[in-house]
Design a protein around this ligand. Structure first.
Ligand code: NAD
Ligand code: IPM
Ligand code: MN
Length: 372
C-alpha cells in the first residue's frame, strides 16, 4: 500500500488531478498497485483565507508520504511569485527534489512538426539552484548598505552579499547561483541516467558564452563526470538548443539543463508532444519524497470550462507509478494515452470534442479492459 499526498492546488490543477485519481483507482482494480491518498488543502484559496502557503504542519505531513501527486498552483488574484515561491518552489527545496525529469517523447506519427520523426528526449532539469534561489533585491543609486542574504540548509550555505545602497528602486538584481555540490550531484544523476538508458552522450545545455562563471564551473564538473563514466558530453547553447529541438529533436537523448532554461525548453518540449496538456514531470528526490505533476500551470483562461487536457497529469501519474516500483502499471497508463490519441478521444487542444472528465473515463475504460 502506497501512501500518497494529493495536492490538487488551483484552477485546472483540481480538474486534472480528479481525473488522475480516478485513473489510479482503475489501476488499483486491475493490478497489485494499491494506495491511500490524503488530500492536502494547499493553494490560493487557503492562502486568501488564512494567509498560509506551505506550513510546517503541511511539511511534516508530506514528509511521511511515499510520494506527492500535485496539480498546479497560480491565481490571478495573487501577486506573481507568492504562491509559486511559497508553495511549489519551497516544496522542491524542502524535499531536496533536485532533479526535474521531463520526458519529451513524440506520439509518432502524431508530431506537430512538418517532418514526422520519432524522438525521445529526457530533460533532466536541475531543480534547486540557478536563478531559482530567490536571492535578489533592489537598491537605489544613492543609499548605502543593502544586503541580500542567501540561506540554504541543504548546502550549509549562509552567505551575505552587500551592495552599496539600500531601500531603493533604481536597480533590481537576481542572483543565479550554482554550488559545486549541486552541480556534482546533478552531473552524477545525468550520467547514471544516460548509462541506464544506453545513451552514448549527455547533452549539457547552458549559456556559458555569457554567464561564464556559473556555467563555466558547471562545464568543468560535467567534463570530469563524463570521463569517470566513459560517456560522451556534448554542449549546446540554450538559444541554439531551442532551434535544434524543432529541427532535429531525434538527435537528443539525455539532456541536462539548468533550472531556468529547463523551465523554458520543456514548455517548448510539451508543444512538440502536442501542447502543454501533454507534458508530465517528476520532481525527483533520490533520498526523500518525490513529487509528480503536469508541467503546465493552473490555466485561469480555461479553468472551470471542462476543457483541460488531463493527459499531462496522467503521464505524471505514470511517472509516479514507475518511481514507486510499478513499471508495468505505468506503461499501461502510457498505452491508454496512445489509445485515446489513436481514437480521437481528446480535449479541444488536441482537436477533439471530449471534456476533461470524458478523457478520464476513456482512459479508465481502457485500463479496466486490460484485466487479465
Ligand atoms: P499555464 O500552463 O497555466 O497555461 C498556458 C496556456 O496553456 C494557457 O492558454 C492554458 O489554457 C494552456 N494550457 C495549460 N495547460 C493546459 C491543459 N492541461 N489543457 C489545455 N490547455 C492547457 O501557464 P500560465 O498561463 O503562464 O500560468 C498560469 C498560472 O499558473 C500562473 O500563476 C503561473 O505561475 C502558474 N504556473 C504554475 C505551474 C505549476 O504549478 N507547476 C506551472 C506553470 C505555471
Ligand atoms: C514549472 C513552473 C514553475 C517553474 C513555476 C510555477 C514556479 O513554471 O513547474 O514549470 O518555473 O518551475
Ligand atoms: Mn514552467
Amino acid at each position: 500500500m502506497k501512501h500518497l499526498a494529493i495536492i490538487p492546488g488551483d484552477g485546472i490543477g483540481k480538474e486534472v488531478i480528479d481525473v488522475g485519481m480516478e485513473v489510479l483507482d482503475a489501476v488499483c482494480e486491475i493490478s497489485s498497485f494499491d494506495y491511500d491518498g490524503e488530500l492536502f488543502d494547499i493553494g490560493s484559496e487557503r492562502y486568501l483565507t488564512t494567509g498560509e502557503l506551505l506550513t510546517e504542519e503541511d511539511i511534516s505531513g508530506l514528509r511521511k508520504k511515499d510520494a506527492i501527486y500535485f496539480g498546479a498552483i497560480g491565481d490571478p488574484r495573487v501577486k506573481p511569485g507568492v504562491l509559486e515561491q511559497g508553495i511549489l518552489l519551497k516544496m522542491r527545496a524542502v524535499f531536496d527534489q533536485y532533479i526535474n525529469l521531463r520526458p519529451v517523447t513524440s506520439w509518432f506519427p502524431f508530431v506537430p512538426l512538418k517532418r514526422e520523426v520519432p524522438f525521445d528526449i529526457r530533460f533532466l532539469r536541475e531543480n534547486t539552484e540557478d536563478f531559482y534561489m530567490g536571492a535578489g533585491g533592489t537598491f537605489s543609486g544613492s543609499r548605502k548598505n543593502a544586503s541580500v542574504k542567501i540561506k540554504r540548509e541543504l548546502y550549509e550555505l549562509d552567505m551575505e552579499l552587500r551592495t552599496n545602497s539600500s531601500n531603493g528602486d533604481d536597480f533590481a538584481f537576481e542572483i543565479g547561483l550554482l554550488s559545486k555540490k549541486g552541480i556534482t550531484r546533478f552531473a552524477d544523476y545525468a550520467f547514471s541516467y544516460a548509462e541506464a538508458r544506453g545513451d552514448k552522450k549527455v547533452t549539457l545545455v547552458d549559456k556559458a558564452n555569457v554567464c561564464t562563471h556559473i556555467y563555466g564551473m558547471q562545464r568543468t564538473i560535467f567534463e570530469e563526470m563524463s570521463r569517470e563514466y566513459g560517456i560522451g558530453l556534448e554542449y549546446m547553447f540554450v538559444d541554439a538548443m531551442a532551434m535544434a529541438m524543432i529541427v532535429r529533436p531525434e538527435t537528443f537523448g539525455t539532456v541536462a539543463v539548468p533550472n531556468l532554461f529547463g523551465d523554458i525548453l520543456t514548455d517548448l518540449g510539451a508543444q512538440l508532444q502536442g501542447g502543454l496538456g501533454m507534458g508530465g514531470s517528476g520532481n525527483i528526490s533520490p533520498e526523500g519524497v518525490s513529487m509528480f505533476e503536469p508541467i503546465h500551470g493552473s490555466a485561469p483562461d480555461i479553468a472551470g470550462q471542462k476543457k483541460a487536457n488531463p493527459i499531462a497529469a496522467i503521464l505524471a501519474a505514470q511517472m509516479l507509478l514507475e518511481n514507486q516500483g510499478y513499471p508495468e502499471e505505468g506503461k499501461m497508463l502510457r498505452d491508454s494515452v496512445r489509445h485515446c490519441l489513436d481514437n480521437g478521444l481528446t480535449t479541444p487542444d488536441l482537436g477533439g470534442k471530449l471534456t476533461t472528465e470524458d478523457v478520464g473515463k476513456a482512459v479508465c475504460r481502457y485500463i479496466l479492459g486490460q484485466k487479465k
